[in-house]
Design a protein around this ligand. Structure first.
Ligand SMILES: [Zn+2]
Length: 69
């Protein structure tokens, strides 16, 4: 939708998170999930997509999604 590259999105997300916080809004992160075993990367601090699952070592990882509320 924003017509920018995926990797550019990540560089903007930290700024967006601060910006929405100052407006009493929030950035909700819907975490990545392993499509093989269902492991949820809910403790991940960084915004980038994990490359493999720590539990099953699978590489089919759903991309995290972000929503401004
Ligand atoms: Zn897995």
């Amino acid at each position: 939708m924003l017509r920018i590259q995926e990797k550019e999105v990540y560089s903007h997300l930290s700024h967006i998170a601060r910006s929405v916080a100052s407006q009493s809004r929030g950035l909700v992160v819907i975490p990545s999930r392993c499509l093989v075993c269902g492991y949820v990367f809910d403790r991940r601090k960084r915004f980038t997509r994990p490359s493999r699952c720590p539990r099953c070592k699978g590489e089919r990882i759903e991309e995290p999604r972000y929503q401004v509320v």
